[in-house]
Ligand binder design. Sequence first.
Ligand code: NAD
Length: 451
Amino acid sequence: MSAAAALLADQRRYFDSGATRPAGWRRTQLEALRRLLTEREDELTGAVGEDLGKSRTEAFLSEITAVRAEIDYALKHLDRWMAPERIAVPGGLQPGRAWSQARPLGVVLIIGPWNYPLNLVLTPLVGALAAGNAAVLKPSELAAATSRVLARLVPEYLDREAVAVVEGGAEVSTDLLAQPFDHVFYTGGERVGKIVMKAAAEHLTPVTLELGGKSPAVVVGGDLRAAARRIAYGKFMNAAQTCVAPDYVLTTPAAAPILADALAAAVRDFYGSDPRTSRDYGRIINEHHFDRLVGLMDGGTVVSGGRHERAERYIEPTVLRHVDPGSPLMQEEIFGPLLPILEVADLDEAIRFIGARPHPLAAYLFSDRDEHLRTFTDRVHAGGLAHNVCTIQLAVPGLPFGGVGASGTGSYHGRQSFETFSHVQPVFSKPTRVDTLRLAYPPFGPIKRRL
Ligand code: NAD
């Protein structure tokens, strides 16, 4: 038996014992996870810093507090989520009771990416635990320090029989994916997403795929300086390696030069005139992605930023104009600190531009006109939308998060996480004493046929 098969067998035995089902166990685990985040904050943020050059403050906000907020939300609502829901029984089927109740799926596999290496493993885990599952976590090998710290600390705090961390790369994922887990929750790129879905199909295992894509930010009105600051903030945090970061900007020819200048000014305000020396600006995960990003710069004219240093995996926040829509810069997800500005005549053209491409994970509109906000919300189909802000919509507790089409399938956060890791099981319970069903039994005479 392979190590992956043995691990799943052990966890399934534990799950089948019923140990993870009671609300008390779920609460204890969520509280223990909260303690892990609080007591070992330095080790956790230090590891993320080592992997991504993220400042402690940014790691604290985007990795620690984000997961803590999910835990608190789950603890607050758990009783309500677990409560059975009564369903009305029609007169002809009375007497009887019908209800539905969430039950855990079983043993779930959570495969994480490198860009928010704690958050994107632990936030799904919050849902898995709240729903009463056992879980195997497979952090990304590309964020090696975070993977190591998770493998060391998770067994110290959580029920070891129910939660395991398995370290390794594609081969390890492949072995795990060959096992009949009860759910696979994958966050990462589209290419591997397809591999995960195919592997899961072999066992008819349901999947949640949290993928990426090219999320647009449309700027068609309002205060351009304010828009630029919010776009620069949402884009350049974590050196723009954020799945919901705006990938490119669509704006009008009149606004484009003003917005480009305002973006450069926002970058100077946030990170100084040499962001390389800023403690608040991160680094690219590895040389492969560094080289890919430098190559993408050929797709347009750099109007601010552009400096880079391979030895440090540093790429300056960069704004580009006069972009070739057919270039790789506009064909693949950028996932790095390059921000192309493209010009469109108006909101209608921007919406058609977005609609002609795969559904993005997020789409943003900057405008001060209600009519624009309404039109954009009605016509743009993305995983999620935000008005006059970007990226931080993820911080709204209870707002579901996920993609659609090419940007993913399924969603989580808040109640959605609980539902993702639960099976809502319906029950119809009818006493035998009064056999009202006899009216429905054959033979069907003329009266029954009329019923
Ligand atoms: P990655 O390369 O770290 O891969 C993600 C996971 O897949 C890792 O755990 C890795 O070990 C595993 N993996 C790699 N190759 C595999 C294979 N052949 N078979 C099975 N498993 C394999 O991360 P990435 O894909 O570079 O992550 C970046 C992408 O993730 C971007 O596209 C980004 O938009 C997306 N993303 C999405 C979200 C979201 O919540 N929707 C969040 C973050 C990142």
